[in-house]
Design a protein. Sequence first.
Length: 320
Amino acid sequence: MRVPVYKPLIENSDIEAVSSILEEAWLGQGKYVKDFENEISKFINNSNRKVVAVSTGTSAAHLGLLAAGIGPGDEVILSSLNFVGVAQSITATGAKPVFCDVDNDNLTLNLDECQKLVNKRTKAIITLDYGGNQCDLDKFLQLGIDKNIRIIHDAAHSFGWTYKDKPTGSFGDMCFFSFDPVKNFTAIDAGVVVTSNPEEEKWLIEARTVGQSLDMGTYGKNVKMEFKQIEHIGYRYHLSNVHAVLGMNQLKKFDRISNSRMETSTRYNEAFEEIDDVQPIGKSYEGIIPFIYVVRVKNEKREKLRAFLSEQGIETHVHW
């Protein structure tokens, strides 16, 4: 028996939910995608925030950047410790990714180092929550106001978290989530962009479906969309009903998934207290639901530890 890094909680209710969509045979984007967006909105709990679901977290980053007006000649600052898809999303807009060092203690974007990189070409900063640690978002939002820079919150790790008693995604500038098989819940694969700007919401809805102008007669319904005028650039980034209905069913047991992750991570922290060479990154899980459990291994012993754990049937990954 091998212990995987993470295995999604797929139960009979999930299989039945997906099977019902297969039997209904409206597999593409339809009413269940809109229902999924509404369920995410309930978690965010701010009626002024607009939620647009897309196919992946990376497509959410790409469309979010485009909606924010990022393009050729611009620079976007991001954490040097990051998923490559975020940097690729920046280059896909024609902009230049500028990597910034992270804080040594919590591995989130270092504010002081970030300020040094800001120049007249800087149009956005992507902040990242990582491995059970939150970036100090208020300070970055203030920096964005001071420098007239968009602050885009990469919350791929942090759906369901709270920041100063506010749900992640409920405040600030733009935010995006990811719901792939290892995240805090899974929709097989999905992403969400959150914005407070209705014009950006409309653009995102159109851009996820090849840029077709929004048809309110079919939007959010299991009805074939009439082919409309192409108003602007777009992509095949829409979410399917299959993914959406699985995501909604997973949300019904989100508390159970969350509690399991927090309890397990706390137990690991306690177990590692007596081991000097293994340092857990996350220290407390109040308001935080870790989607991965990250440790820093000192004295160049990482690969030795990974080999030992593999011999015991325990999988590990380098992230990243």
